[in-house]
Design a protein around this ligand. Structure first.
Ligand code: ATP
Ligand code: PAU
Ligand code: K
Length: 244
């Protein structure tokens, strides 16, 4: 049994796996880390390995208190990955993006693959059919867009996500909802269209906290799975065991 932990920029997500099956998944805040992991391990005492990817400010030492209970694997770019990394600055590539690319490579062999993670940031990661990781894009996520409009202006209120009535917003609130939500959807559909015109034999995987909101609004067909990062962590770990 494997416990996977994804330390994101905002929240922490975790899941317990028996082989390829998720037994249970969890979402919690960073200040609850120790308490929550303790609780999960009490419920699933057969967990033999703890596999972590962190892009947040939580480092390996935060997990070492569990060292006597199970093996700790804090994944970094020094681990083995199933793709060739063509990023020109591989040392600065986020470990979450590397794990997503690994999951896409292993789950969808011999295809052009685009992974879109709609989380705090939106990340786009492209792996071609020859398993070259080429890069992608980073832009602000849905919630972040609402927050920056408020934080960096004098007059824009902080709004909670709402479906815009039209792309022509006729109030301040509607103009913000249109700009944020429609802008978010147009951006993603626009990127997908761009890739589609250049690559055939193509698959798109959508994940992250805004997966469900986004999936029903895109015009393009995608494979939506909000657990994709945790599943990919489990698969990357199995791959590491088989190839180390
Ligand atoms: N309780 C919540 N807290 C924060 N964001 C939430 C929540 N519920 C839904 N969301 C949506 O999820 C998005 C954030 O995604 P996610 O939770 O995957 O981010 P994260 O934990 O920072 O992970 P990552 O850093 O990997 O993106 C926000 O844009 C927001 O709209
Ligand atoms: C882009 C984020 C913040 C998304 O979580 C993370 O992957 C990260 O910090 N990346 C480092 C920069 C890069 O990937 O090129
Ligand atoms: K993200």
């Amino acid at each position: 049994m494997v416990l996977t932990v994804d330390v994101g920029n905002t929240r922490i997500k975790a899941a317990v796996f028996e082989e390829d099956t998720v037994l249970e998944s969890f979402v919690f805040e960073k200040n609850e880390l120790e308490k929550k992991i303790e609780k999960i391990l009490k419920k699933f005492p057969n967990c033999s390995d703890l596999v972590i990817a962190s892009v947040g400010n939580i480092e390996k030492h935060s997990f070492l208190i569990f060292e006597n209970l199970l093996n700790i694997h804090f994944l970094t770019d020094n681990d083995v990955f199933p793709f060739t990394n063509k990023y020109a600055t591989p040392k600065t590539l986020g470990i979450d993006r590397m794990i997503l690319a690994a999951g896409a490579t292993l789950q969808f062999p011999k295809k052009n693959r685009l992974v879109i993670d709609a989380g705090t940031c939106i990340t786009y990661d492209f792996i071609d059919e020859f398993d070259n990781y080429l890069g992608g894009a980073i832009s602000p996520g849905l919630r972040l867009r609402y927050e920056v409009l408020h934080n960096y202006t004098a007059r824009l209120p902080l709004l909670v996500l709402e479906e815009p009535e039209s792309y022509i917003g006729d109030t301040t609130a509607q103009a913000i909802h249109s700009g944020v939500v429609n802008g978010f959807v147009y951006e993603i559909d626009g990127f997908i269209d761009e890739y589609r015109t250049k690559f055939s034999n193509f698959i798109i995987i959508l994940t992250g906290g805004d997966t469900d909101f986004l999936a029903k609004r895109l015009k393009n067909t995608i494979f939506a799975n909000s657990n994709f990062l945790l599943e990919s962590l489990n698969q990357t770990f199995q791959y590491k065991i088989d190839n180390d």
